[in-house]
Design a protein around this ligand. Structure first.
Ligand code: FES
Length: 338
């Protein structure tokens, strides 16, 4: 089943910092099961801003019985984030796609080590609350920011620290004080810890440094969960552009209907589908958010890179259609497979 947008009312707006707002949504009775979510997932929002349709994904920061909420930090020149932070009001309607994403906590049995920087704390905060509420494990949050004023969820974290002082450690790193989460620091933070589950989310440079530090500490890759908000630039591989007419011709399923699509040279499967107006789900268009995930039912399809799907998903035949191209004849893909 593919995902569609629903018009949701803004129930609550909470200013977290000068540039960050949390947006709580009202979920009508008939959509409660569609909007059930896992800690660490995200919502894709759609709005028309100055006549242009804009889609962006934002991580969910709520958990449990809290109202479904995402948190959004305004970025310079960001159309959607500027609109959400500066213009959105309580009672306004926003087009929202049901929750997606696999940056989720599978078990609360193991100790948990969380690395966050800036707005990367959003999914981490939801995962942290889940683990505190449902587990007995010890939790460490290493949280980097430029300065004190930019610390998102500051008061809420203080409260959780007081409430769960026996299980939760929160350590802040402020670059204004010369404190950084670099690889050496990460190695010293995790030295001697028991086998743990690691979650990492933040800007690209921070993720690279934490990943490096964890790898140098011999943390098993299977215990490291990473969420990218943007596609790391360096690692894009060019997929051979389509060379023959047969390879160009694919069949795509959406909402139970089959469509014949002819890709133009250089086009991704998603681009071609949008060009002919069949409107599959998508958001970032850069291989990060996984909203455009499809399953290859036959033939070969290759991605330019992969920062969104797990290895198991790729093995099962899932691909991100925004960065995928067919590389054999007879390709059939589906956006309807969960
Ligand atoms: S649209 Fe975000 S991964 Fe394809």
């Amino acid at each position: 089943m593919s995902s569609h947008f629903h018009s949701l009312s803004v129930k609550e707006l909470k200013r977290e910092t000068a540039k960050t707002v949390s947006i709580g949504f009202e979920i009508p009775e008939n959509l409660t099961s569609e909007f059930r979510y896992e800690a660490g997932q995200y919502l894709t929002l759609k709005a028309t801003i100055n006549g242009e349709e804009v889609r962006r994904s934002y991580s969910i920061s709520s958990y449990g019985d809290e109202a479904l909420q995402v948190s959004c930090k305004m970025i310079d020149g960001g159309k959607m984030s500027t609109y959400l932070v500066n213009e959105l009001g309580v009672g306004d309607k926003v087009e929202v796609m049901p929750p997606m994403g696999n940056f989720t906590l599978k078990s609360t049995d193991q100790p948990l080590v969380l690395f966050a920087a800036g707005s990367g704390v959003t999914p981490i905060f939801s995962i942290l609350k889940k683990s505190l509420k449902e587990g007995n494990n010890s939790i460490k949050l290493f949280y980097g920011n430029r300065n004190e004023d930019e610390v998102i969820f500051k008061a809420a974290l203080e409260q959780l620290k007081a409430e769960y002082s026996d299980r939760l450690l929160v350590q802040q790193f402020l670059s204004s004080n010369g404190e950084r989460l670099d690889a050496d620091r990460v190695q010293s933070l995790v030295a001697g810890l028991p086998e743990s589950n690691y979650f990492v989310c933040g800007p690209e440079g921070m993720i690279a440094a934490v990943k490096d530090g964890l790898e140098k500490s011999n943390i098993a890759a299977g215990n490291i969960n990473i969420e990218y908000f943007a596609s790391p630039k360096a690692e894009k591989k060019a997929v051979e552009t389509v060379i023959s007419g047969e390879v160009n011709e694919i069949i795509a399923e959406l909402d139970g209907e089959r469509h014949n699509i002819t890709l133009k040279p250089g086009e991704s499967i998603l681009d071609a589908a949008n060009r002919i107006g069949i409107d599959p789900p998508f958001s970032c268009q850069s291989g990060v958010c996984t909203t455009c995930r499809c399953k290859v039912l036959s033939g070969e399809v290759e991605m330019e890179n992969n920062f969104g799907l797990g290895e198991d998903e790729v093995e099962e035949g899932y691909r991100l259609s925004c960065i995928s191209k067919p590389t054999s004849a007879g390709v059939v893909i589906s956006w309807d497979e969960d």
